[in-house]
Structures are given as structure tokens and as C-alpha cells.
Design a protein around this ligand. Sequence first.
Ligand SMILES: NC(=O)c1ccc[n+]([C@@H]2O[C@H](COP(=O)([O-])OP(=O)(O)OC[C@H]3O[C@@H](n4cnc5c(N)ncnc54)[C@H](O)[C@@H]3O)[C@@H](O)[C@H]2O)c1
Length: 381
Amino acid sequence: MSKKIRFGIIGCGLMGREFGSAVARWCHLTEEVAKPEIVGVCDRNTTATAWFTDNFDTVRYVTDDYKELLQKEDIDAIYCALPHNLHAKVYSDIIRAGKHLLGEKPFGIDFEANAEILKAIEENPDVIVRCASEFPFFPACQELIRWIKEDKFGKIIEVRAGFKHSSDMDLTKPINWKRMIEINGEYGCMGDLGIHTQHVPFHVGWTPKNVYAVLSNIATQRPDGKGGVVPCKTWDNATLVCDATDKKGNEFAMVFETKRMSPGSTDEWYIEVDGLDASAKFNSNDPNAFMYTQAVGKEQAWCRLNIGYKPQFKTITGGIFEFGFTDAILQMWCSFMKEVSGEEVAFGCFTPEETLLSHKLLTAALKSNKEKRVVVLDEVK
Ligand SMILES: NC(=O)c1ccc[n+]([C@@H]2O[C@H](COP(=O)([O-])OP(=O)(O)OC[C@H]3O[C@@H](n4cnc5c(N)ncnc54)[C@H](O)[C@@H]3O)[C@@H](O)[C@H]2O)c1
């Protein structure tokens, strides 16, 4: 039988439950990998923890005080999915308690908060810490990543990555914590969606050097859900244009788009790579499709490969079937479990060093938008 790693969950909301669901169908994986076991749950909302106690007979500890879970010797690792204003304190405490951590983005509400978390990691080098991001685990995106690693694109012309939603275009949608600066952070949509767009580029060594940012606050007020209206100050849409370099120092253009007001988009995550030898793209709207170009004489034709269910980590599902969001979550978790077990993975979760680069980019983007100029990332310290 495979090894078990005992988990505590801090924050049992939308994402906490996704982890629970992945654990519940761990048998879906045929990969040799340690199994997560949920032994403790923490949330201040008892309905949220009740979902876990109702569905998992492994849960021994239920609390509204996360420090209680950190004191337990029979908890090896924590998944933490809390609002952004709590990341710095709670993530640092988890790491200092010697528990492995899969934390959620943006990994600190701002640059200073991220620095606090990174300091705790530096002081505890034996603890494995990663940031959640699941979309790159779609098989068609994995194929695109293989093309990058195999250098199939030749000289890169431009890379575009984005994550877009449209539900905020409904101006009657009440405000929630993800639209409040004090809880979500000044980054707004960039903090919420940015790391998802940066995962593939940063992981393959494509680094933004500078940024020109256009940020828009389109809905300046929202219903408060109690019959009133309150100001809504977070950025709804962001477009970041960067000069980037690859590992060999070649320069190219890189564009990141994070939008909550994108007509027609529902959880639309994409990456597009244009190169002189070939181009390719993946869009979660069409999750089975790996799109790539083939040269026809001096011209390029777009081809579509229906990739099927061919993920990085093996499962019971036949290769002819389709892959979805919850499958991507399971693959991300498998990757994290392998990394916690000291195994190398072909493509892993977002690393703490990458969260630092992310915070430099987003902090530079805020400055760029404010001062209406290109900001070099090295200016952010
Ligand atoms: N990976 C993804 O695709 C993805 C998607 C959505 C959100 N997220 C991230 O996950 C994190 C959580 O987001 P969510 O959508 O699950 O939020 P959520 O609001 O659904 O859940 C947060 C939970 O934290 C609990 N909580 C808040 N303050 C607490 C405290 N002081 N002590 C204990 N519990 C507390 C709330 O009661 C709630 O149940 C955020 O960092 C967010 O950016 C990631």
C-alpha cells in the first residue's frame, strides 16, 4: 500500500472542498504516489467544516483556530485556502510549525506579505512549500509545455497568457471579499488570477524584465447584499505588456491578461506561443484541443489535435476520453504529493521563488499604471 501523508485543511470554502473531492477520488490515480489523508479541518464557518466531517471519516480534529492543527504531531502537511489578507501570518506559522504547505495564490496580499512568507521558508528549508495552480495540468497544455522543452518553436516572437471571467459584468452581483482591497489586496484581479497566467511562462524560465500595465476599475460600486450599495475599488481588468527573456537571454514580447469583465468568458484560461519555427495554443474553452501550426511552403496552417485523456500522471481513465477542471486539480495534487515525497516531476506546482517574481511583476504593474510608464522589475525591492 502507498504511503499516507496526513493533512490539515485551513479554509474549507470553495477550494478547500476541491481538495477534499480530489482526496475522495485518489483511487482514480494509478500512479505510484503517497495518498493524502484529511485528519484535521479548520474554518470559522461550521457549515464549511461539517461538509468534511459528513464526508470523511478520517477527520479527527475540527477547529476554528488554525494554531490547534499546527500543534498536532499527527499532521504532516497543510492545504491553506484562506482570503489573501491572512496568507502572510498563517502561511508563515504553518511553515514554522514544520508542516509542508500547499498554499493558495497570490501567496501574500502584497510584496511585503510575500517576503514574510519567503523568510519563513528560508528559515525552514526542509519544509516543502508550493503554490496551487491547476490549469497547466490539462493534457493539451502539457503537450504545449513539451513543445517548449523540446525547443520546437525556434526563436520566440511573442507569448500571451490570460485568465478571464465575465460574471462581474452583471452589476447586480453583490460585492464579496475578492472585490475588497482590504481582504483581496490592491492587486485586484491580478492577485486573484495572475499566478494562473504566470505558471507556465515562469516555470519554463521565461522572465519578464519590465512591464507597462493598463488597469481598469470598471464597476466602481456594487450591491452590498443587504439592500445598499458600497464602493468597489479593486481592479476589474488588467493587461500587462512585458519585455521578457528566455533562459538563453533571447528577448521577446510577453503579454498577461487577467480580466473579470471579459464578454463571454467563463473561467477562460489560455496560453499562446508564437515562434519562427512553430506556434501553439491552448484555451480551456476547448480543453481537448492542442492547436499548433505546420509550415505549408512559406505559410503556416493551424492544426487541431484532439489530445484526449493523456495527463502527466497516470489514471484509470482511457486515453480516448475528455479531461476537465477537477481532473486538473487531481493532477496538481498528485504533483504536490510527489514533490513532498522527494520525487522529481516533469512539470510541478508554482514554486516560492516564482511567487516572488509574480509579486515583483504585480507590484511593478501597480506602479506602471499609476505613473503611466514602463517599470523595470528590478525597481521593486
Ligand atoms: N486555485 C484556484 O483555482 C483558486 C480558485 C479560487 C480561489 N483560489 C484561492 O483560494 C483561496 C481561498 O479562496 P476560496 O475561493 O476558497 O474562498 P472561500 O471564501 O470560498 O473560502 C475561504 C474560507 O476561509 C474561511 N475563513 C476566513 N477567515 C478565516 C479565519 N480567520 N479562520 C478560519 N477560517 C477562515 C471562510 O469561512 C471560508 O470558508 C484564496 O487565496 C483564493 O485566491 C484559488
